[in-house]
Design a protein around this ligand. Structure first.
Ligand SMILES: [Zn+2]
Length: 578
């Protein structure tokens, strides 16, 4: 019976005929009675849309009485005349979608300008990216969301291997004592740790921490693997999940468990480790810009914002459409902190025993959050072609069976011509407009429409997701035009985001200016800063803006701190952030 419920909703909303297939005579008689009751109710409810819920529940009550008799519940459009041309009916439906229906599809997404946070959750829901999990703070990544992550992994994994890193896997359970060996490190994590105290039916002798990051467990292995300068550099990467207990969870941005890659390297000299840390943040920057089409600002974190246990943290920061910054990836110069805590030593060329110098770096499923918030619009998400699970959705359009045959056949031919891309043919028995919206909400970069007239004229209509622009192209040129257009979409998304970032980066010379910008404009604020943690904390307290990064390329000359007026040492990017 449940399978029919959505159909009954339709029945209430629009004038439809209800057909119940029943098992026997008694069922048929009951069904007849119910149909009569429904017609009476419908007549009473002239303004059906207002009475939908009431009517709906009454129908449910009635249907409940014949539970067991109903085999199938079919709903068909009600026809008034003796003979209605099917194709005309279809055309009418396609073109004249009622205002109510349009709303039904559209209102599932709140406008960005109305409520950005709500919009973010709405687009994730309608694009079918993720779902809530039974444990608060965790998320289920649904197939379409996971497909985006797989593409991120594929590209990035290739880059990491090409830069000399090898993948390995380390256990999810870390002895609690390991975390305590590096004091600052454990302090940075302590409230977020999930700890296993019981296993195998008894209390454990030593508690096990579910990995919040793997420095400690990986470096205990490094201590065994590294003996001489010949073992260096050691360049390891791991793709895994990590757990950091999250009090204010948000899909993809902050979840108790998330997926990421963490790189861990050991080097003979500090200079080499520093070069590695810089190289990897630049790898991330290029990946963000070339694949996710997200421009970022890059630089060093302040002492207050750096990774606990690192000498220096490098970061890339993106600007979301609500003008808040999002840290997209970090790379740490760990110095010898962990080497000393885990006794990772090597014999140098001169025979002396030395501690190694280390780095770690990572990006996570948070990148999917960045992608949504940088490119999405009021119709849903937009996925840059180079990372999109589906590049092209082909939608054949028909009014009758014969046309369906012809248009789907052409659709298949076109799909074969672009088999180098990821293509979906959507020939479901849904009205075209519903199919259009679905691919739009899922952010598929290009849609191809093939109607009967297009078949006759050997053409097809291309619709860009980023601009909504429609072009009619000949079927012979389709493959070339699609390739060209996907490149163009990729570039346009980047340019658009770059323009947004530049438009929303402001210089503040005085504290008044600073506060005005935070209050009325938002975005990145470039300003002089003395470098004091106390000053930074006060700025955060009054404006919520934090030091996002100290750019690598520094001006030589500095003025005075925008907040305290003391001599400045840095010109930094401030912003409120996620
Ligand atoms: Zn200051």
């Amino acid at each position: 019976m449940n399978a029919g419920l959505s159909n009954i909703m339709l029945f209430c909303r629009r004038k439809y005929q209800l057909r119940l297939h029943t098992k026997d005579k008694r069922g048929s008689a009951l069904a007849e009675n119910i149909k009569k009751s429904i017609i009476i109710m419908e007549k009473k409810n002239n303004k059906i849309s207002n009475g939908v819920n009431l009517l709906y529940f009454k129908i449910l009550q009635l249907l409940d009485k014949i539970r067991g008799f109903v085999i199938k519940c079919i709903v068909k459009p009600e026809r008034s005349g003796e003979h209605i041309d099917k194709s005309k009916l279809r055309k009418k439906e396609d073109n004249k979608m009622t205002t109510d229906e349009k709303k039904e599809v559209k209102t599932k997404i709140v406008k960005r300008s109305e409520d950005f946070s709500r919009w973010y959750l709405d687009v994730i829901a309608v694009a079918d990216l993720a779902d809530h999990a039974p444990v608060k703070g965790c998320m289920v990544i649904k197939p379409y969301g996971y497909a985006i992550w797989e593409n991120i992994q594929k590209v990035l994994d290739g880059v990491l291997k090409a830069t000399g890193h090898k993948n390995a896997y380390f256990p999810v359970f870390i002895p609690e004592s390991f975390l305590k060996r590096e004091a600052e490190h454990v302090e940075g994590f302590s409230p977020e740790l999930a700890v296993v105290t019981h296993a195998g039916g008894k209390k454990l002798e030593e508690n096990l921490v579910v990995r919040p990051t793997s420095e400690t467990i990986i470096y205990s292995s490094f201590a065994k693997w590294i003996h001489s300068w010949r073992d260096l550099p050691l360049l390891i990467n791991q793709w895994c999940n990590v757990v950091r207990w999250e009090m204010r969870p948000r899909f993809f941005l902050r979840t108790t468990e998330f997926l990421w890659q963490e790189g861990h390297t050991a080097h003979a000299t500090h200079a080499e480790a520093q070069a590695e840390a810089t190289k990897m943040i630049e790898v991330y920057q290029r990946f963000m810009e070339d694949y996710l089409a997200i421009p970022v600002v890059m630089g060093t974190k302040s002492e207050a914002e750096k990774f606990a246990g690192a000498l220096r943290t490098l970061t890339i920061e993106g600007l979301m459409q609500d003008k808040k910054a999002l840290q997209c990836g970090t790379s740490h110069d760990l110095g010898q902190n962990f080497a000393k805590a885990f006794s990772i030593k090597f014999l140098d060329k001169d025979g002396s025993e030395q501690y190694v110098w280390q780095t770690s770096w990572g990006v996570s499923t948070r990148l999917i959050g960045a992608l949504i918030m940088v490119h999405g619009d009021d119709n849903g998400i937009i996925i840059p072609p180079r990372i999109a699970p589906t590049h092209v959705a082909i939608v054949p359009i028909w009014k009758n069976d014969e046309e369906k045959l012809r248009t789907t056949e052409v659709a298949r031919k076109l799909a074969a011509a672009i088999s180098n891309l990821s293509v979906v043919i959507d020939d479901r028995d849904l009205r075209p407009v519903h199919r259009y919206y679905e691919w739009e909400r899922k952010g598929v970069p290009l849609r191809v429409e093939v109607g009967p007239r297009d078949v006759e004229n050997s053409q097809a209509v291309l619709v860009r997701r980023d601009t909504g622009e429609k072009v009619t192209v000949s079927q012979n040129e389709l493959a070339a035009r699609i390739a060209e257009m996907l490149e163009n979409i990729q570039q346009n998304l980047y340019n658009r985001a770059k323009h947004f970032l530049e438009e929303n980066t402001h210089d503040a010379k005085t504290w008044d200016e600073f506060r005005e910008i935070v209050k009325h404009q938002g975005g990145f604020i470039r300003a002089e800063w003395c470098g004091s943690a106390e000053c930074e904390a006060k700025i955060k307290e009054t404006t919520k803006a934090t030091v996002r990064c100290i750019p690598f390329k520094e001006d030589e000359k500095h003025g005075i701190c925008v907040h305290c007026g003391k001599a400045s040492h840095y010109r930094v990017f401030f912003a409120p952030s996620y």
